[in-house]
Ligand binder design. Structure first.
Ligand SMILES: [Zn+2]
Length: 120
């Protein structure tokens, strides 16, 4: 997403990506570490040279639990293929640890949010 007017590392930048249907990561230009949530410096090496990249949308279930308020979804931590872990929701409850998942966006009553489902 090269036309993003917000600099990588801001909440507005992150939110803009979600509204556009992409999950943005910041990649450190020094050590190549990827960061999911907005940050103005690399949490691995301290560099402020971060560039925006789109997440592939692929990942695996790192942890999950039942959401008693919405049994159709599970609260989960997904480890992205790029490395960062994302606190998110699974559209398929009871997926085992390490199950492959893919990103989609749920346009619910609370706005668009990144979610994951079983990968084909
Ligand atoms: Zn770095």
């Amino acid at each position: 997403m090269s036309a993003a007017p917000h600099p990588p590392g801001t909440v507005a930048w992150h939110r803009q990506g979600i509204e556009a249907g992409v999950l943005l990561l910041a990649r450190c230009q020094v050590c190549q570490a990827h960061h999911y949530y907005p940050s103005i410096v690399c949490r691995a090496c301290g560099s402020d040279k971060l560039a925006a990249v789109e997440a592939s949308g692929r990942g695996t279930v790192y942890a999950s639990t039942v959401n008693a308020g919405d049994p159709g979804f599970s609260v989960a931590i997904v480890e992205l293929a790029e490395g960062p872990r994302v606190l998110t929701t699974l559209a398929v409850p009871d997926l085992p640890i390490d199950a492959p998942v893919e990103l989609f966006f749920d346009d619910g009553s609370q706005g668009r949010r990144p979610c994951f489902r079983t990968a084909p």
